[in-house]
Design a protein around this ligand. Structure first.
Ligand SMILES: Cc1ncc(COP(=O)(O)O)c(C=O)c1O
Length: 401
């Protein structure tokens, strides 16, 4: 086919960096190489048995038909109850929309709210899909970068400086993908004070890693009363319940936004999978599965220690999700005599080729000096990966270009 016939929209869209690295890792594996894959953004655990049983029962109970576009009332009620129980937030079921993964919820909101040229303040480093979703919706991402020295968290001054007359939305995640950083109540308070001065700006708060949070608590920006009506909470089952393949996300927003998202979703995909919805309602009613989070925390501690031992790596201590995002720029321009590391992309490629460890370069996350490691794998594998990376980089430490 003549690919010039494809839309401009798709031509400018980058391939997903995460999926690209995962594919390269799979190709090497197929060649018989012992690749350690730290590029993936999903828990290594299977879905808990009781949630699977709830899905089996849903099938037997006949949940095989289209559901209402915003989701089954029983699931939306479970979400309302969860928001009250875990976040002390009051919503009614008309404010809840169940989506095909949290990703669709973000896309719904962007499509519902953005006109061409509208700006979206994007906290960088950001999850790769945010940038593409904003552009598909004809919005203009305006990146605000927070580096490792500020724990990858945007401060009040930076936020104020980024907002213009064209700003329609703010978009960020906490706990964050790719950095694992978690905003504290006090940090949110500062940001909330700024947002008070911009009553037309709405905030997409992606809280999908809520349950993988090793600090004492999770705060939502929606808990500031004067902001609640302008905050769109995004959440879902993929990360905290190890349900990536079930494709259930949800959003909580004011009724006008929720209704407009239902309108969009009704034309694109209709409702999410009926069986998954019933299982999700069961899981949310059951509450957190702390075993997973405890395991992630143990792995996190080990991996932070090991990465800190690698010369040239700048490593912070994030309190959420299952990623570490070291600054690896020390190695730019260094060679082992065969390969030269020029940027985060070549760094990731060389690590994959020479150490057989798959990671994701920071560039597509808006952080060209960093590299994302996912530690959603066993401690044994984490130790092996860190040892391979260290050995591989030793050669680059000695010989300069
Ligand atoms: C920050 C963030 N938001 C949303 C998603 C999408 O999750 P879902 O599987 O529910 O579409 C991901 C998945 O990687 C993510 O990291």
């Amino acid at each position: 086919m003549d690919t010039s016939l494809l839309s401009k929209r798709v031509k400018v869209m980058p391939e997903s960096a995460t999926l690209q690295m995962a594919q390269m890792a799979r190709d090497l594996k197929e060649q018989g190489k012992d690749v350690i894959n730290m590029s993936l953004g999903e828990p290594d655990f299977g879905t808990p048995e009781d949630i699977k049983d709830a899905a089996k029962k849903a099938l037997d109970d006949g949940y095989t038909k289209y559901t209402p576009v915003p989701g089954l009332p029983l699931l939306r009620e479970a979400i309302v109850n969860k928001l009250k129980r875990d976040n002390n937030l009051d919503y009614n079921i008309n404010q809840i929309v169940v989506t095909n993964g949290a990703k669709q919820a973000i896309a719904n909101v962007c499509l519902a709210m953005l006109d061409p040229g509208d700006e979206v303040v994007l906290f960088a480093p950001y999850w790769v899909s945010y940038d593409s979703i904003i552009k598909i919706a004809d919005g203009v991402p305006v990146e605000v970068y927070a580096g490792i020295e500020q724990d990858f968290k945007v401060n009040a001054r930076q936020l104020r400086d980024a907002i213009t007359d064209k700003t329609k939305l703010i978009l960020f995640s906490s706990p964050s993908n790719p950095t694992g950083s978690v905003y504290t109540y006090e940090e949110y308070e500062e940001l909330a004070k700024v947002l008070k001065d911009f009553p037309n700006v709405h905030i997409i708060s992606d809280e999908i890693y809520e349950y993988i949070n090793f600090s004492a608590n999770h705060t939502s920006l929606a808990s500031f009363d004067f902001l609640k009506d302008r905050v769109i909470i995004i959440n879902g089952m993929s990360k905290g319940f190890a349900m990536t393949g079930w494709r259930i996300g949800y959003m909580a927003a004011n009724e006008a936004i929720a209704k407009s998202c239902v309108k969009i979703q009704g034309q694109f995909t209709s409702a999410a999978n009926s069986i998954s919805q019933v299982a999700a309602a069961y899981a949310l009613d059951h509450g957190i599965y702390p075993e997973m989070s405890e395991k992630f925390n143990a792995r996190r501690k080990v991996f932070i220690k090991l990465l800190k031992e690698i010369p040239g790596f700048k490593v912070n201590e994030p309190l959420g999700a299952f990623y570490l995002f070291p600054d690896i720029s020390y190695y730019f321009g260094k060679s082992n005599g065969v390969d030269t590391i020029t940027d985060s992309v070549s760094f990731a490629e060389i690590l994959l080729k020479n150490a057989l460890v798959a990671t994701v370069p920071g560039k597509p996350f808006g952080a060209p000096d960093c590299l994302r490691f996912s530690y959603a794998t066993s401690i044994e594998i984490i130790e092996e990966a860190a040892s391979r990376v260290k050995t591989c980089l030793k050669e680059f430490n000695i010989k300069k270009l």
